[in-house]
Structure formats: structure tokens, C-alpha cells
Design a protein around this ligand. Structure first.
Ligand code: ADP
Ligand code: DP6
Ligand code: CO
Length: 356
């Protein structure tokens, strides 16, 4: 009996313009467009193995070695059903193909970084899931089509199917057909950009991104302003800055948008706090680092950004990486035994292709 199994790996992406809010919770259609950088494969990635076997009794998923329930009608079930549908189409055209779409699946995924801690595990996780199923089912799907399916697992996952600088255009169609990830620039366009990942806490966040953003949509009055009057112009300006390799503008917009995202989280009822004291101390350090540079007649040299968690991502240019790492190590020495430990995941470049 042949073994039908495939493994794929996908990196995280960290948004500069944050996605926060859904206009359709089932299809996962966002209230605003977003833009991110896909990191390279080495440091933060999800690796997923899928196996189809007629002996399996039910679809099952293990996340980091523990069973993760596949709820009927939930996101995992939706992604799996969409992928099986594509496989069934292939099989109906080629009667000699094994009927894999009818077999149950066992799926095992590992993240090599903290899960559900604000480092985009859902993005890497759902991108790796659809990529492993596409490989298992030998589907001729484009990254764009896989991205449409990954989006229905976790919105941010649609951006991890592409490398480099990626926009998720919110689209206007009710069926989500124009809500797609598109490449703004490939990684080779700006190889000097690096991301430093600072793990402030690897605890699971108290409010998941899904729950948090829905509460924001329902209760925040600031969100409306952000969606209508802030994000469209920022999307335009940061895309232009990336194309022009203008780090100063890229950094300014990235920090402004992180700040505004955490402001709408605070404007939610009850409020959501994703940052902690260590996160805020890192913000102060980066502000001071930039101030010294600007006062000496230079430009911004680093940009902090935080997803829905306390962990910092610092974008900078290669020439500044050493200096920033030594500053961070100086002001935040590793403190074992504390709840909020501080680990540096190292520097990571921009990733080449979305999935491998
Ligand atoms: P994060 O900030 O890490 O993206 P989220 O709250 O958005 O946190 O999502 C965390 C959830 O994503 C997890 O509880 C799990 O359901 C899902 N997830 C994370 N990693 C994977 C993975 N490798 N495969 C499948 N699902 C995953
Ligand atoms: C703050 O994609 O994790 O990281 O679609 O509900 O799974 P769901 O949410 P998710 O939200 C990501 C929010 C963010 C910003 C971003 O990545 O754009
Ligand atoms: Co997430």
C-alpha cells in the first residue's frame, strides 16, 4: 500500500499596516487592507505534514504534539474541505488517480517559535497547512489560489504564501473573490531590510486575534476613523516607500500604524492590552535611538512594531543590526526565572518565496 504524505513549511509575516477587523467573519474578509513583510524561513516558521489513508477514521490535527480539535464548520474544517474539493476535481478528470479526497487526513504541525503569542503563528500555520495539502494532493494551484484558501483559516495567512513585501487588498466583492494577497516587491528588491524578533513573553495571549478584533469591530468608535481616513493613505505611502527603498518613511509609517492598532485595541470595550511594560520600554529605546540619529542630522534607523501580543519586531537596515542587538542585550539582559523573560530570536531577513 503506497504512503500518501507530504510536508511543507511556511514562514511568518509581520504586518507594517495592521489587519484588525472583519466585515465577513465566515469568509474572513477584512475591514481594511494591510501590508506585511514575509520573514525568511530560518527563524520563525510552521512545518506541517499531512497524510491521507483509507484506514483513518476521522480528520485529525496535532499542533505542537497535542490534538487540536477540528470543529465542524470551523476554520480548519473549511480549509481542509476546500483543499479536498480541489483534489476531487483532479480525480474526476483522471479516473486512474488514487481517490485521496475520500480518505481521512492526519495532520501534524510544529511551530519553531511561540504559538499564539503575537508572532503570527496563525499566519505561518494556515499557510503551511494549505501548502502541505496542495503537495499531498499534487494540485496545480497558484500561490494566489492557495492564499484565498489560507485566508479562510486565518486572515493574515494569505500574506505568507508570498515572499518579500506583500499587500492584502481588502476587496469589495461579497464573495471575497477580490480580497487577495499581492506582491508589492520581491525580497531581492530590498535585501538590506532585517527584522529583529524580541521575545518578551512566550505565554499564550489572553485574547486571541479573532476574538479581539471582533470585539473592536463591535465597540470601537476609533476603528471607523482608522478604516476610512487613515489606512488607505498609509497603504499608498508605504508601498511607495518600499518601491523607493526609503527606510525613513517606511519606519515612520510602520511605527504609527503599530501605535494606532494598539490604540483601537484600547478603544475596545472591554479594552484589550497586548503590550506590557517590557514592550513599552523597547518602544522607548527605539525612539531614543532614532532621536540621536535625527539630531545628528541623520534619519530614522529602526522601526518597532507589535502584533496582538507583547513581543517586539524591530525592522532595521543590515548596517544597524549589530548596534541594535548590543543595545537590546545591554538594556534587557536575559532574565531567567521571570515570567517575562527576554529572548532574542536573532535577526531574520526578508523571505524569498512564501512556502517550501
Ligand atoms: P498569533 O498571534 O500567534 O497568530 P492567533 O490568536 O492569531 O495568534 O492564532 C493562534 C491560533 O492559530 C492557535 O491557537 C491555533 O489555533 C492556530 N495555529 C497556530 N499555529 C498553527 C499551526 N502551525 N497549524 C495550525 N493552526 C495553528
Ligand atoms: C495584529 O490573522 O491572526 O497580527 O483572521 O482571526 O485568524 P484571524 O486573525 P489574524 O490577525 C492578525 C492581526 C495582526 C495584524 C496583521 O497580521 O495584519
Ligand atoms: Co494570528
Amino acid at each position: 500500500m503506497p504512503v500518501y504524505q507530504a510536508t511543507a513549511s511556511a514562514p511568518v509575516n509581520i504586518a507594517c499596516i495592521k489587519y484588525w477587523g472583519k466585515r465577513d467573519t465566515k469568509l474572513i474578509l477584512p475591514t481594511n487592507s494591510s501590508l506585511s513583510v514575509t520573514l525568511d524561513q530560518d527563524n520563525l516558521r510552521a512545518t506541517t505534514t499531512s497524510r491521507a489513508d483509507p484506514k483513518f477514521e476521522q480528520d485529525q490535527l496535532w499542533l505542537n504534539g497535542k490534538v487540536d480539535e477540528i470543529k465542524p464548520g470551523g476554520r480548519l474544517a473549511t480549509c481542509i474541505a476546500e483543499m479536498k474539493k480541489l483534489r476531487a476535481q483532479v480525480e474526476s478528470g483522471s479516473p486512474n488517480e488514487p481517490k485521496l479526497a475520500e480518505f481521512k487526513l492526519h495532520i501534524s504541525s510544529f511551530n519553531n517559535f511561540p504559538t499564539a503569542a503575537g508572532l503570527a503563528s496563525s499566519a505561518a500555520g494556515f499557510a503551511a497547512l494549505v501548502a502541505s495539502l496542495a503537495a499531498l494532493y499534487q494540485l496545480p494551484t497558484s500561490p494566489s489560489e492557495l492564499s484565498r484558501i489560507a485566508r479562510q483559516g486565518s486572515g493574515s495567512a494569505c500574506r505568507s504564501l508570498f515572499g518579500g513585501f506583500v499587500a492584502w487588498e481588502k476587496g469589495t466583492a461579497a464573495d471575497g473573490s477580490d480580497s487577495l494577497a499581492v506582491e508589492v516587491a520581491p525580497r531581492e528588491h530590498w535585501p538590506d531590510i532585517h527584522a529583529l524578533i524580541c521575545v518578551v513573553s512566550d505565554d499564550k495571549k489572553g485574547t486571541s486575534s479573532t476574538t479581539g478584533m471582533q470585539r473592536t469591530v463591535e465597540t470601537s468608535t476609533l476603528l471607523e476613523h482608522r478604516i476610512k481616513h487613515v489606512v488607505p493613505e498609509r497603504m499608498r505611502a508605504i508601498s511607495e516607500a518600499i518601491k523607493a527603498r526609503d527606510f525613513d518613511t517606511f519606519a515612520r509609517i510602520t511605527m504609527q500604524d503599530s501605535n494606532q492598532f494598539h490604540s483601537v485595541a484600547l478603544d475596545t470595550d472591554p479594552p484589550i492590552f497586548y503590550l506590557n511594560d517590557v514592550s513599552r520600554a523597547i518602544i522607548a529605546l527605539i525612539i531614543e535611538y532614532n532621536r540621536v540619529s535625527v539630531e545628528a542630522g541623520g534619519k530614522l534607523k529602526a522601526a518597532y512594531t507589535y502584533d496582538a501580543g507583547p513581543n517586539a519586531v524591530i525592522y532595521t537596515l543590515k548596517e544597524n543590526v549589530k548596534e541594535i542587538v548590543s543595545l537590546i542585550v545591554k538594556y534587557f539582559p536575559q532574565t531567567d526565572g521571570f515570567k517575562d523573560t527576554f529572548g532574542l530570536f536573532g535577526s531574520t531577513g526578508v523571505g524569498e518565496g512564501g512556502v517550501v
